[in-house]
Design a protein around this ligand. Structure first.
Ligand SMILES: [Zn+2]
Length: 454
């Protein structure tokens, strides 16, 4: 066992007084996640994938989608130049041109009128699948539908479904990230362990319809979705109040602490940062921006791991309005966010599956060991794993603080380490150093029954 945490060991070697003085400063500078950056194996092939992300192609994709004037879910499907039908046909053609390895098509559902879906409509997601060695899936997504409010009093002239709604940033930007990753990953020549799915959802603006339908069908059909990297509003750098920031992105992940979404967020940080160390990835421990929603939510609701990427500087005047035009998207920034996605997605897709840590009764195999004062962890071997990595954080921390390579074993004991004071996770590592998600040793909440009284 080796401890590869330079910041911690440096601290340990200082006199106690200095340690006391320096520790809070070090924690402040550490941005919460620095310690767990230890032990990342950089793969030059992933560096190439990240470098291959093209600002020009992202601009081509956003401009192309915006050129259909509206992609409202209830807009025309017959008009060859305008509306969601023409837009999705164009997207299918683009994706099909990237690589013969991509299986491109529509994923359609007949939806009856309800709420903001004002008439029966066929909702079609645009999907490109890059088959991997296994069936388990990793998603990169955005929503390609758009919406724009109609000026008050003009409702009869411009019904909402036909109003000009370029949706360049919301969310051609996120859909372009998914499509650009489809291009670079399908053209990389790499054989991935996981099957990659690049998807543009529809019906998001009326209530996440495309994502809800797709996620529920995956649940019903027993499809294993290991991760959803959802990108929604990821290309603007100027907030409406004048602030500008083109070097940071937010990643939203709802709790509890060891939820699938948080596990994925920690991973997206770790490997996004490994390949884009100069981009500020800000994890936020909530479902979404306050009072807002997105397509990652139905996936989390049905037990899959899904996070949302969103720009740090939103301009509300240019969302859901006729002002959401291509000139509001800054392509160097959109490319940086796409590269953060690519680092995480490629790493995860090349890695073996995360190990199973629960016993058949659903209880995590974490005990106090033979001494009764140790942390003893067990897990099942993961197909294709060459070794395992254990992550530890203390009982009141959001991010992993320590990481240990423990070799090709399926149990490990830390003598004297409290399992009450710490949280644990274990990841499988493939022969080329690619790391899986860290399976958390998390106990479900205890069920408390009401006491009957008279
Ligand atoms: Zn959106």
């Amino acid at each position: 066992m080796t401890d590869h945490i330079p910041t911690s060991s440096t601290r340990r070697s200082r006199p106690d007084l200095w340690r006391l003085l320096l520790l809070p400063l070090a924690l402040l500078l550490a941005n919460g996640s620095l310690d767990a950056q230890g032990m990342v194996d950089i793969d030059p092939r992933i560096q190439e994938i990240v470098a291959e992300i093209s600002e020009e192609n992202l601009e081509h994709l956003v401009t192309g989608m915006a050129s259909f004037e509206t992609r409202n879910t209830m807009s025309s499907v017959d008009d060859p130049d305008r509306g969601i039908g023409a837009a999705r046909e164009w997207m299918v053609e683009e994706l099909a041109g990237y690589s013969p390895r991509l299986q491109v098509g529509l994923d359609c559902y007949d939806v009856v009128a309800s709420g903001r879906i004002t008439r029966d409509v066929e909702i079609c997601n645009v999907k490109a699948v890059l088959p991997g060695r296994t069936e388990r899936r990793i998603y990169v997504s955005g929503h390609y539908d758009s919406v724009a409010q109609v000026p008050p009093g003009a409702e009869d002239d411009y019904p909402e479904h036909d109003n000009f709604a370029p949706g360049a940033n919301d969310d051609a930007s996120g859909t372009a990230v998914a499509m650009e990753l489809a291009r670079v990953l399908s053209q990389s020549g790499l054989e991935f362990d996981a099957t990659l799915v690049f998807i543009g959802f529809a019906g998001e603006e009326q209530g996440l319809f495309g994502a809800r339908l797709h996620a529920k069908r995956a649940l019903d059909e027993g499809i294993q979705i290991d991760a959803v990297f959802n990108n929604d509003i990821v290309g603007n750098i100027r907030a409406g109040d004048g602030q500008i920031n083109g070097t940071a992105v937010q990643v939203f992940a709802p709790g509890p602490d060891d939820s699938p979404a948080r596990t994925l967020a920690r991973y997206a940080y770790r490997f996004g940062k490994a390949y884009m160390p100069h981009h500020d990835i800000r994890l936020v421990g909530r479902e979404d921006r306050f009072g807002r929603g997105g397509d990652h939510t139905p996936f989390n609701y049905w037990g899959f791991a899904a996070v949302r990427f969103t720009e740090i500087m939103e301009n509300y005047a240019r969302q859901h309005t006729v002002e959401d035009t291509v000139d509001g998207v800054y392509f160097p920034y959109l490319a940086r966010n796409a590269r953060v996605n690519a680092g995480g997605v490629a790493s995860l897709a090349l890695a073996p599956a995360a190990p199973e840590v629960d016993n058949p009764n659903g209880q995590p195999r974490l005990t106090r060991g033979e001494s009764r004062y140790a942390a003893h962890l067990e897990w099942d071997p993961s197909p294709g794993a060459a070794s395992y990595r254990i992550f530890i954080r203390d009982g009141w921390s959001m991010d992993w603080q320590q990481v240990y390579d423990v070799g090709n074993v399926t149990e490990f004991t830390f003598e004297g380490l409290s399992i009450d004071e710490h949280y644990f996770g274990v990841a499988a590592v493939g022969p080329d150093g690619h790391e899986s998600l860290a399976s958390p040793y998390d106990r479900p909440h205890r069920v408390i029954e009401e006491v009957e009284t008279r």
